[in-house]
Design a protein around this ligand. Structure first.
Ligand code: BGC
Length: 762
């Protein structure tokens, strides 16, 4: 039915409807500390203030700091360097990473204590705030628990697990003495060429927002001054995940409507959850580097989105305004532009040039002292909120939070729920014990591919750093079905040549191929082509000649195209980057001890030239005829669609109902659906609710995800799942860049069922 195009447009305020839950808002202590901040600020010299705004890497303080050659030695800080940077330059913040990648808790504690010792020697004894990228568990701490990367978390559709992983991460991070975690990534995952795609929660803005909120709550809890919490850092503001080329740090061009509808909500969700800090990205957006944009930082991030915490630059992002972006005539000019745009702290991080440049800029009158005071106030406030003025050292009681056995259970459950069964011809899975398996593929006997980037080192690729106690897929499989039943020649080197003989494959019942990608991050993770590399494609073809059923496990941080070889596979299990319990979760899933329940958080494309998303527009699909009358279909035809994921249970979703046909502005619509497990094993199912706006002033998507609920069903069990849909759930960004809802007809879509309701203002 034709929609009443709105004259009466409901404007939903740009500030989200949920109250902002910053601990600042309801914490008297913080306000009291705010007074202390003022007093402290009044005592500070310009040098002391600028020192606070400077963040360096701990690497330059080490006695030996050759990152490329990781020797077998402890990480030790050099007293002369500490004296220079911390005491003489009064640097206020230090970040990782340590050079040998082998640091245990004692080593971390010593390092952070050494830093604080030197801070204590300074005139005002302002503690150091230490920041780190523990983005999937405390990945830089030996013995800590490593969880799946965000892309796998999104596949679980389980926000409690996401919260639990973040909570454990916070506890183990805090145990080291670090109090600031550079996460979560809030960028949307719509550029699979990007080497950091796996750090996103995938292509959907609703899922992204929900998981960002849970992560921030898990990191920060109710306040950040206790043993269970660290400050979160929502990053990277803004548009970093979606450069045109996919190459790291390159230009993004995002229209304003899209920016507000697809890119801001994840940040807003992090802000609503109370995120204390935010990181400004390296990239330019529509020709302006974000680090230089007062409009994006002040007008948008602060005023429009309501962020009132500390703003940190990304690594060398201010310097880049001169060296790469070409908008600042000198390094000093870059500092002027970045600080005037609203950056409070600069991740320099290799030297003190920023410090000297900023002091000069203030002395020359090119940066007002008021801007410096504002930035330093936020930095000191954060340190007070973290409790660092009371005790800057790693706290003994907190150290007990480290390495608890229950963390491993959370890691297993999360990995297990993330696994997504993409294909299962003739129900070949689950496998039965007692068969012989030929196991091959680069990820079969390798740990780094299961962990990905940001594990022990930035690239996460150094196999020798992974503890013996963490098993590979081969290790777990051998233990699970007996060594004698696993034929595998893979060595612990991802790039090693596969070395197997025809005879071996003939002796097996089933072939399991573990394919995908080794660990990577950032620029080194860029690829020119999404297609899985030739070597692995050839491996599948070669193995397929032996006529044994092929089961593929994909260990990869983004969809690598496999359309050519997919028909050769009987089953495909997507593992993403599952972390330290990944191997166990994979093997148990293959044998049915875990029933896969993950759903794809992105569209798995079939072709490089057709990167589409599930919420495509009307013109993106259809039929046409050429002059000879031949019909061509075009549209959303991925290898596997967003939200796809099979189970060993059989679920029947039926009886979609809505409690009324008209939804009014302040009312809600009750949607119910029945879900029954008609299979023979217990399983979990995420029920996903989409809407479709029939007609709107901005072209509507075919469908948009608005809600999901994951339930557990025993064989034969049936449950009713309810959702409440409100005006807020069907809003979109209109031509005036405001969130609006227009009157008219909407579909509610669950599984293959649809109901229509009309939205009316009154
Ligand atoms: C990354 C950030 C990270 C920072 C500190 C940068 O290269 O873009 O995400 O937090 O380094 O390690």
């Amino acid at each position: 039915m034709q929609k009443l195009i709105s004259i009466l447009v409901l404007i939903i305020t740009l500030h989200a409807s949920t109250p902002r839950a910053t601990s600042l808002a309801n914490n008297k202590d913080v306000l009291q500390n705010f007074g202390e901040v003022k007093t402290l600020l009044s005592k500070m010299t310009l040098e002391e203030k600028v020192g606070q705004m400077t963040q360096i890497t701990v690497n330059i303080l080490e006695s030996q700091n050759d990152l490329t050659n990781i020797p077998n030695r402890a990480n030790v800080l050099d007293p002369k360097k500490l004296q220079n940077y911390i005491y003489e330059h009064k640097i206020g913040s230090v970040m990782h990473e340590l050079s040998n990648g082998k640091q245990d808790l004692a080593e971390w504690n010593k390092i952070i204590s050494d830093l604080q010792d030197y801070a204590k020697k300074t005139r005002l004894q302002i503690p150091i705030v230490f920041g780190i990228d523990n983005i999937h568990g405390a990945g830089y701490l030996r013995g800590a628990t490593i969880f799946p990367h965000n892309i796998g978390l999104a596949a679980t559709r389980n926000l409690e697990l996401c919260y639990d992983c973040a909570k454990v991460t916070a506890k183990e991070t805090r145990a080291t003495g670090a109090t600031w975690n550079f996460g979560p990534v809030c960028g949307i995952g719509r550029q699979p060429l990007w080497g950091r795609f796996y750090e996103t929660f995938g292509e959907d803005v609703f899922i992204g927002s929900q998981f960002v909120g849970s992560t921030v709550r898990g990191y920060q809890d109710k306040s950040i001054d206790n043993s269970n919490s660290v400050a979160a850092c929502i990053k990277h503001f803004i548009g970093f995940s979606n450069s045109i080329s996919g190459w790291n740090k390159t230009p993004s061009y995002i229209p304003d409507i899209q920016l507000r509808e697809y890119y801001f909500p994840q940040f807003r969700s992090g802000i609503n959850a109370g995120a204390k800090t935010a990181m400004i990205s390296f990239n330019e957006l529509d020709g302006i580097p974000i680090s230089a944009s007062k409009y994006l930082i002040e007008t948008v991030l602060r005023d429009e989105l309501g962020f009132d915490g500390l703003i940190l630059s990304d690594w060398e992002a201010i310097l880049m305004l001169h060296t790469e972006h070409g908008i600042a005539v000198s390094e000093k000019d870059a500092v002027r532009i970045g600080i005037l745009a609203g950056i409070d702290m600069c991740q320099v991080p290799w030297n003190v040039d920023f410090y000297y440049n900023l002091i000069e800029l203030v002395n020359e009158g090119n940066v007002p002292i008021s801007r410096i005071d504002e930035a330093v106030t936020r930095i000191l406030k954060l340190k007070y909120e973290m409790g660092l003025f009371e005790n800057p050292y790693p706290i003994d009681e907190v150290k007990e939070n480290y390495k608890k056995p229950e963390y491993k259970t959370i890691a297993y459950n999360t990995a297990a729920e993330s696994l997504t069964l993409l294909k299962n011809n003739n129900k070949i899975l689950p496998l039965k014990k007692g068969i012989k398996i030929f196991l091959a593929g680069p990820a079969a006997n390798n740990k780094s591919s299961l962990h990905g980037g940001w594990t022990f080192t930035w690239q996460g690729k150094n196999e020798s750093l992974y503890p013996e106690s963490i098993p590979t897929i081969k290790d777990v499989l051998e233990e699970y079905i007996g060594k004698e039943n696993v034929i595998c020649n893979s060595i612990r080197d991802y790039d090693a040549k596969e070395n197997f003989s025809l005879k071996n494959i003939k002796n097996s019942d089933v072939v399991i191929l573990c394919l995908g990608e080794n660990a990577y991050s950032g620029t080194p993770g860029f690829i020119n082509d999404l297609t899985l590399d030739k070597k692995q494609i050839e491996l599948v073809k070669k193995v397929s000649k032996f006529g044994k059923p092929i089961i593929t496990v994909l260990v990869e941080g983004r969809p690598r195209i496999i359309n050519e070889i997919e028909p050769l596979m009987e089953a495909v299990l997507m593992a993403y980057i599952p972390g330290e319990k990944g191997a166990e979760a994979i093997v148990k899933s293959l044998f049915g001890e875990n029933n896969p329940s993950g759903l794809l958080p992105f569209t798995y494309p079939a072709f490089n030239g057709r990167i589409m998303f599930y919420d495509f527009k009307g013109t993106e699909s259809g039929v046409f005829w050429d002059s000879a009358g031949n019909e061509f279909q075009f549209g959303y035809e991925p290898q596997w669609a967003f939200g796809h994921g099979l189970s060993y249970s059989d679920f029947v979703i039926s009886d979609l109902t809505i409690d009324k046909n008209e939804l009014k502005r302040d009312d809600s619509l009750l949607v119910t659906v029945k879900v029954k497990n008609v299979g023979i094993v217990t399983g979990k199912k995420s029920v996903e609710l989409y809407t479709h706006d029939h007609y709107a002033t901005i072209t509507p998507s075919k469908k948009r995800l608005r809600a999901f609920k994951k339930i557990l069903l025993k064989p034969g069990e049936e449950k009713i799942v309810n959702f409440k849909i409100r005006a807020n759930d069907i809003k979109f960004v209109g031509s005036e860049l405001e969130w609006i809802v227009e009157e008219g007809d909407f579909d509610i879509i669950i599984a293959d069922m649809k109901k229509v309701f009309k939205y009316v203002f009154n």
